[in-house]
Design a protein around this ligand. Structure first.
Ligand code: 3HC
Length: 699
């Protein structure tokens, strides 16, 4: 049996309908582009055809070029679909539903008309994978809608909703009817005989003076170390100074400079890693998952409130339970304030706030949540407090309810043990602020039922999170790998590196903020208390006398105007403070630690190798499934620069052998905390790649 063609052509009432059918998202995979060219030729050759429609089958128009094919040799296309559509003697209408992204929108721009259903989204998101629109998007879009809005779209890569796209002039019409195909055919009939419009014949776009320089300045901080955003600007600039053919050549040249650069490779890797993390291969495929339509959150603190907002933001009704009426009122007010700030900043409309806020229903009794499909506990981080909550949940919740704990480190099984249904309990570890951060660690306890694990992964996606599997261990995957970074950050200061040097190195590497500035923002007192708790549990726990001394002298971070840095009133800019230098020297002397200068490279490696060594141990212990999952967690939980792919992907640029040798040397020098991971040793010996590491259960 021959395979169904990826592009179909049929003639309906004098209109040639070209349908791309390449699941799941009609990416321009093998045969699609050539199929469009052949169909356009067929339509032009057929006297019965007077106009054409280009559309996508399934859930989307065309989601862009096939990202899997980038970086690999591709046979050159004798004619590109964009050129065939542009040159078509008979007008073509792009009829868009779902997504028209990247090459998808570029094909639509090469058509003479574009219509869409109101739920459609269009965009040129190439910059997000380290390239630029290479199918004429940088030349056609500015000519069609003007340089300024085109520049903003191309440099941000954002998805533009259909209504806005219509207002910008990208779309000619929105069609409200149920059947896009017949609407498109009707539209195509209406353009027969009208003069054919081609964007490629329009003169260069006009740009206000200083537009491009201003854009370069405005992205300087975010686009640090990156090339693609600047090449995007240069390509759009060409659309304002060069004729179409010349601009296309400029676009092609800039595109080819980006496609195989490390930045694009890292961003493509991150794109696929963020999809791979959703898969837990050892779960049976045919699991019957508990339905989740209604949710409850226990604990109206900052975390509980943020979790409730994540539900409301995705249209889920959610009950917020706190047995203290005061805490409940405060929690609700905090949520209202958070939404109001978003409205003020313009990231949310008042109408959206009015839709979302009422979805959060405050309740004061456990009975009031008994019927919910899922409950997420977000109370104080102490085992006995959590066990008390779970015993109460066990008493009231319906038997099929999924019971989740938002602990960041406590043994899930001990919490599950407070119930008679430990199989229904799993961890759902959100990152603060929970309504903003994309990462959700889904923790499997030893007794968690596979269907509960799968349902929690799915729930995370339904509320806009990237769900990642974590095994039950202290700190789970993300925090456990990160804690060694934090430890080294403090120990290097004891040894003579200054906080401002460490922060500078990490910002230059690509973090949005240095780790000490982050500490000051979140407050030094929280980890101060955690260290005391840990010491009570483990007398050998390594204390950190410098941050302890800071807290004890009233320096708790931004909120007290001083921490690792000094702050002016009402300003969050960190200022280097000689008093901190004095405290560091004083404590180091008391501890008998000799101080020495650090090179920037040593700073970077000490922090990242510490995380990496532990990450390898987590994988070898089966607590994380893949190296790429850890990368996704560092990207979405800790601000690791995306254009470096993630911790493990970045490490491959140095090589496992060199890293192993360094860690082994530090093991000799500093002792057990640097004991090299066995998995790292094996990868180093075999000459393998860290990014490909998998847990034993996936091998
Ligand atoms: N190429 C290859 N595979 C793609 C793809 C693409 N452009 N877009 C999506 N996929 C795959 C995903 O990997 C995933 O595969 P899997 O099921 O095996 O994991 C599957 O399609 C479904 O994707 P999502 O899980 O992401 O589905 P969503 O519904 O959540 O999102 C989407 C859909 C918004 C289209 C999202 O997939 C997306 O953003 N895709 C990338 C869009 C993009 O960047 N387009 C530009 C490509 S570059 C280009 O066009 C260059 C040109 O200028 C020359």
């Amino acid at each position: 049996m021959s395979e169904a063609p990826v592009v179909r052509f049929e003639v309906v009432e004098g209109i040639g309908v070209i349908t791309v059918d390449y699941p799941p998202v009609n990416a321009l995979g093998p045969g699609v582009s050539d199929g469009i060219v052949a169909a356009v030729d067929q339509g032009n050759a057929d006297p019965a055809v007077q106009a054409m429609v280009l559309m996508g089958a399934g859930r989307s128009f065309i989601a862009g070029a096939d990202i899997r094919r980038f970086g690999k040799p591709r046979p050159p296309s004798p004619r590109r679909s964009y050129d065939a559509l542009d040159a078509s003697g008979k007008p073509v209408v792009a009829a868009i539903h779902g997504y028209a992204l990247g090459g998808g929108l570029e094909n639509a721009l090469a058509c003479q008309y574009r219509i869409a259903v109101p739920s459609a989204k269009v965009g040129l998101p190439e910059v997000l994978i380290g390239i630029l629109p290479g199918g004429g998007g940088t030349q056609r879009l500015p000519r069609l809608i003007g340089a300024k809005p085109a520049l903003e779209m191309i440099v941000s890569g954002r998805h533009v909703p259909a209504e806005e796209a219509k207002a910008l002039g990208i779309l000619d019409a929105l069609v409200a009817g149920k059947d896009l195909r017949s609407e498109a055919i009707a539209f195509a009939k209406g353009i027969i005989g009208k003069p054919v419009r081609r964007i490629s014949t329009m003169p260069p776009a006009k740009a206000e003076p200083g537009l491009f320089e201003a854009m370069r300045k405005s992205i300087a901080r975010k686009a640090r170390n990156q090339t693609a955003p600047y090449h995007c600007i240069a390509a759009v600039e060409a659309a304002t100074t060069q004729e179409f053919a010349e601009g296309m050549a400029t676009e092609r040249r800039l595109f080819s400079e980006l496609e195989n650069a490390p930045e694009a490779k890292a961003l493509r890797y991150a794109f696929f890693a963020e999809r791979e993390i959703a898969r837990i291969p050892f779960l049976p495929k045919d699991l019957a998952l508990p339905e989740i339509r209604t949710a409850a959150v226990v604990g109206a603190g900052t975390m509980g409130g943020g979790i409730a907002m994540s539900f409301a933001d995705h249209g889920f009704p959610v009950k917020l339970l706190d047995v203290s009426p005061d805490s409940l009122a405060r929690g609700l007010q905090r949520i209202r304030d958070n939404y109001a700030v978003s409205v003020k900043r313009g990231s949310l409309t008042q109408a959206q706030m009015d839709e979302r806020f009422p979805l959060i229903e405050p309740v004061e009794t456990y009975e009031a949540i008994a019927d919910c499909d899922v409950v997420i506990e977000a109370v104080f981080e102490r085992l006995d407090v959590k066990q008390e909550v779970f015993a109460k949940l066990d008493a009231v919740m319906k038997p099929e309810a999924v019971l989740l704990t938002n602990t960041s480190a406590i043994d899930i099984d001990k919490i599950a043990g407070a119930t008679q249904r430990p199989q229904m309990v799993a961890g759902a570890h959100f990152f603060a602020p929970a309504n903003v951060m994309k990462l959700l660690e889904v923790v499997e306890g030893p007794r968690t039922a596979p269907a509960v694990l799968a349902a929690t992964m799915k729930l995370g996606r339904a509320i806009g999170k990237i769900s990642g599997y974590a095994g039950n261990c202290d700190g789970f995957v993300a925090n456990r790998s990160r804690i060694y970074f934090t430890m080294e950050q403090n120990l290097m200061v004891e040894e003579g590196a200054l906080p401002e040097q460490i922060d500078r190195v990490m910002v230059e590497f690509g973090y949005p903020m240095g780790p000490f500035a982050v500490n000051d923002m979140s407050g030094l007192d929280v980890s101060y208390l955690t260290r005391r708790r840990r010491l009570a549990e483990d007398p050998n726990y390594r204390m950190l006398p410098i941050p302890d001394r800071l807290v004890e002298s009233g320096r708790k971070g931004q909120k007290t105007g001083a921490g690792w840095y000094r702050y002016e009133k009402g300003d969050r800019t960190p200022h280097v403070d000689p008093e901190v230098h004095r405290i560091i020297k004083e404590v180091a002397a008391e501890q008998g630690i000799e101080q020495r200068p650090f090179t920037d490279e040593e700073v970077l490696r000490r922090l990242l190798f510490a995380g990496l060594n532990e990450a390898c141990k987590i994988i070898e212990e089966d607590k994380a499934l893949r190296a790429s999952d850890i990368d996704v967690m560092w990207l979405n939980g800790f601000g690791f620069p995306r254009y470096r792919g993630g911790l493990m992907f970045w490490a491959d640029s140095i090589g496992a052998q060199e890293i192993y040798n360094q860690i082994a040397a530090w093991h000799q020098r500093y002792g057990d905390r640097w004991r090299p991971s066995e998995l790292l040793r094996q990868i180093a010996e075999s000459g393998g790649q860290l990014k490909d590491a998998k847990s034993p259960r996936l091998r």
